[in-house]
Design a protein around this ligand. Structure first.
Ligand code: KG4
Ligand code: ZN
Length: 357
């Protein structure tokens, strides 16, 4: 079985081809970082237009890389939510047209399920039950899957997503979008104890996440210490081009301390939920799963507490078409084919039920 996956829910136009054995035959991503970078975040209207320009060439490149024609495909999978409505519509309309024109079954994929399934691309032998941490620019949630394709929500953010918090703190300090990778890189030469950020506590005792308080604490620390955002044309540069030594030490310290607070919060929740559920397989995916400190600290927690942790390579953590194709393979195997009335659903959720431990 070979499925083409199409992803246009946010700021990446991506197409991938995957087999039902989790083998990636192609994964092509056209990033819009250069379009949104100067604005410090994704501009929805520019994102939709960017997808319109990129979607055709990206699909053609994926099929070429996989050396396949339309007749070789068993399914066309597309993210139909959650995400930005204009962006989603580009992918959904394209997939519907291709499905109709080539007579290939259409599969409507939930973007969050695609992130969860991305882990299988590098760890095909993972076994259920498992806890899945999805940590990205739009979402921060932990699900429990007791069987394939079924999800219960254990915890989610009540305000900002973890990636969004990284992006905003980087933006306050004068860096362009996305902020997560630059915080990660600059934090490596910062003192993570220079600033104290306490772990957010939910007043109702729930295990949900909240990142907006941490973000505000970072902003207040900037004011208190008189930290000025970087000046000049830093927003016009891809974040990767700024050398650490050109960034004041106090900014690197703030990044390191903020990153530590976010990571400790995420790892704390995972440990609690492993203890509460007794499930000892943990997976992690989404753009923030690329964070080097999160990887190190989660792996260390697993070793200490006796749970296994798995995440895919960075290219499959951030938005990509292969993960959509992987989720599409599961839908196809389960006979969950979509009709041509498939619609974009910006607020689509994943869980069949919500369990608050
Ligand atoms: O999964 P993704 O590509 O798109 C969404 O579905 O949101 O995640 C993008 C997010 C951005 O907020 C970006 O800043 C964050 O992932 N991110 C990181 C790192 N790499 C990407 N955050 C922290 N550390 C990183 N190394
Ligand atoms: Zn995503």
């Amino acid at each position: 079985m070979k499925v083409l996956g199409l992803e246009t829910s946010c700021d990446d136009t991506a197409a991938g081809v995957v087999t039902d054995r989790h083998q990636v035959l192609a994964s092509i991503v056209a990033s819009q970082i250069e379009i949104h970078g100067p604005y410090g975040g994704v501009v929805p209207e520019l994102a939709s237009r960017g997808h319109m320009d990129a979607v055709g060439p990206v699909i053609a490149a994926a099929l070429k890389a996989a050396r396949l024609g339309w007749g070789d495909l068993d399914g066309i999978a597309v993210t139909h939510g959650p995400g930005l409505v204009g962006s989603l519509l580009v992918g959904v309309s394209t997939a519907k047209a291709l499905s109709f024109a080539h007579g290939v079954p259409l599969l409507g994929v939930n973007h969050l399920e695609a992130h969860v399934r991305s882990v299988f691309l590098d760890h095909p032998d993972l076994v259920f039950p498992m806890l899945s941490l999805v940590v990205s620019g739009g979402h921060t949630s932990i699900y429990v899957s007791r069987e394939e394709g079924r999800y219960e929500l254990l915890a989610e953010t009540r305000d900002d997503a973890a990636g969004e918090a990284f992006d905003k703190v980087a933006k306050y300090l004068g860096f362009g979008y996305p902020g997560g990778p630059v915080v990660d890189r600059l934090a490596a030469s910062g003192d993570d104890r220079a600033f104290k950020f306490s772990r957010p506590r939910m007043s109702d005792g729930s295990l949900d996440f909240s990142f907006s308080g941490l973000k505000t604490a970072a902003l207040l620390a900037m004011g208190k210490e008189g930290i000025q955002p970087l000046k000049g044309n830093v927003n016009d540069l891809p974040a990767g081009e700024i050398a650490a030594e050109d960034v004041p030490q106090v900014i690197r310290d703030l990044f390191a301390s903020f990153q530590r607070a976010v990571v400790e919060f995420l790892v704390h929740r995972v440990r609690r939920l492993v203890a509460d559920t007794g499930i000892s397989t943990v997976t992690m995916a989404g753009g923030v799963a690329c964070n080097s400190r999160l990887r190190i600290d989660l792996a260390a927690a697993g070793e200490q507490d006796g749970f296994s942790v798995a995440w895919p390579r960075p290219a499959y953590c951030s938005d990509n078409g292969a993960m959509v194709a992987a989720a599409g393979c599961l839908l196809l195997r389960q006979g969950r084919v979509a009709g041509l009335d498939l619609d974009a659903v910006p607020g689509l959720t994943l869980a069949d039920s919500v369990v608050r431990p």
